[in-house]
Ligand binder design. Structure first.
Ligand code: ADE
Length: 418
């Protein structure tokens, strides 16, 4: 079996962490038990480009239990958990190509290595696998029947491919399931981003001004959790609807250049380019901390910061100090990459349970339905979404009501008014 991981000797620790995460993934476990019996993915070759974490390991186990031949590469150079990668290879016989801290060249070599397995299904987080298939490996794209995509940034890229008519196979946007973005993006990113910032810096959030740029589901989660820990939260937005929502949620909203002057900690979660740029670096206070939790490391203009700084040095793991020409210091976390996965462990298993239940069921659906689907970005069917929510509630021991017949009729009629 071909693979490329840091050190197989780490497998023992990785297996413990995979099993620890599994305890909090009851929905995925139920799917795995069914997959073991029914083998709905029998013989399918699936290449996954995901963050290599203990939660992802449990998804890979589930797909393999369903009969798929799986291969895994990293969807970010800094998010790999090397012990988990080792255990997947050694204990679960799943080929993995991922090493934490790999350079960009190795990152892409690993994507190519996964494609060398000649998959028929792709599972992506950020659409790098799809992008490589549609550019460098077009000879293989005809072998692919369909794919799935995990994250907002990936869905945006894929929709732009579909609009331009270049997307060559159907892809299910797992991110757009309600049981994904309402929970993973909001509660997962909210908690894990602060976890990453705190593990990297050990700063107290209470009493600090924390700026969040982007008030999508991730930004809402970061703002909510930072406020809960006593930070004074400021939101920066370009969308008036999201901005008014942030105002009514109780946050101060202002232009980024104003926020730059008061930020103690600044988190970007926009999916866009250079949302912290030269003018902001010029305006920032001495000691300001900047971090990104959006998918790519493009949100902070690091090249500009480097150019503007007198010197740059690592002062703690995942903390770099940029000494500006006027003596101010700006601290960049995790090289502008996803701080929650680079400096912490990503979203907790309990929330990835629903995201990855969607992935497993989307892969099963794709295998059955690919020939009936358009070469487009497709939503997760509502019945799958609802079933995952139902199973998650059941796993928590929570019952809910059902409509009475009278209520059902009322909701489906129009005659009755005041
Ligand atoms: N994305 C965010 N957190 C994650 C995790 N724990 N595993 C995989 N992908 C993630």
């Amino acid at each position: 079996m071909k693979y490329d991981v840091k050190d197989l000797g780490l497998a023992g620790a990785g297996k413990n962490r995979i099993e620890w995460a599994d305890k909090d993934m009851p929905v995925l476990r139920l799917i795995r038990e069914r997959f073991e019996k029914e083998k709905p993915l029998n013989g399918a070759k699936l290449a996954a480009c995901l963050h290599v974490t203990s939660e992802t390991a449990n998804l890979m186990r589930t797909l393999k239990a369903g009969g798929a031949e799986v291969v895994l590469c990293a969807s970010n150079p800094l998010s790999t958990q090397d012990d988990v990668a080792a255990s997947l290879v050694k204990d679960y016989e799943i080929p993995v190509f991922a090493i934490k801290g790999e350079d960009d060249k190795t990152y892409y070599e690993h994507i190519h290595a996964a494609l060398d397995f000649h998959p028929e299904i792709t599972m992506d987080d950020g659409a790098d696998l799809v992008s490589v298939l549609h550019t460098d490996r077009v000879d293989q794209v005809g072998d692919i029947i369909g794919g799935t995509e995990e994250t907002t940034t990936g869905v945006i890229r894929l929709k732009s491919m579909a609009e331009q008519g270049v997307l060559r196979y159907p892809i299910i946007a797992v991110n757009d399931a309600q049981t994904k973005h309402f929970f993973d993006n909001r509660y997962g990113t909210g908690q894990s981003t602060l976890d990453g910032i705190m593990r990297a810096t050990n700063i107290l959030l209470a009493g600090r001004t924390l700026v969040v740029t982007g008030y999508g589901w991730c930004g809402r989660g970061v703002a909510m959790r930072a406020g809960g820990m006593g930070a004074n939260v400021v939101v920066v937005e370009i969308n008036p609807l999201k901005a008014i929502e942030a105002v009514m949620d109780g946050y101060r909203v202002m232009p980024s250049i104003e926020a730059a002057k008061i930020a103690d900690i600044w988190v970007t979660v926009t999916g866009n380019l250079h949302v912290i740029d030269r003018a902001h670096f010029d305006a920032m206070k001495d000691g300001a901390i900047i971090a990104n939790s959006g998918h790519f490391n493009v949100e902070i203009n690091i090249a500009a910061l480097e150019e503007m700084a007198e010197s740059r040095r690592e002062v703690r793991n995942f903390v770099e100090e940029f000494l500006m020409k006027d003596g101010r210091r700006i601290y960049l976390l995790a090289d502008g990459r996803l701080v929650n996965l680079a400096a912490a462990e990503g979203h907790p298993a309990s929330v990835m349970d629903m995201s990855f239940a969607n992935q497993a069921l989307a892969a099963e659906l794709m295998l059955k339905e690919a020939k009936n689907l358009k070469k487009d970005v497709i939503g997760v069917p509502t019945d799958i979404d609802q079933e995952i929510a139902r199973l998650k509630l059941a796993s928590m021991g929570i019952d809910i009501d059902v409509l009475t017949e009278e209520q059902y009729k009322y909701l489906h009629s129009w005659e009755m008014g005041t």
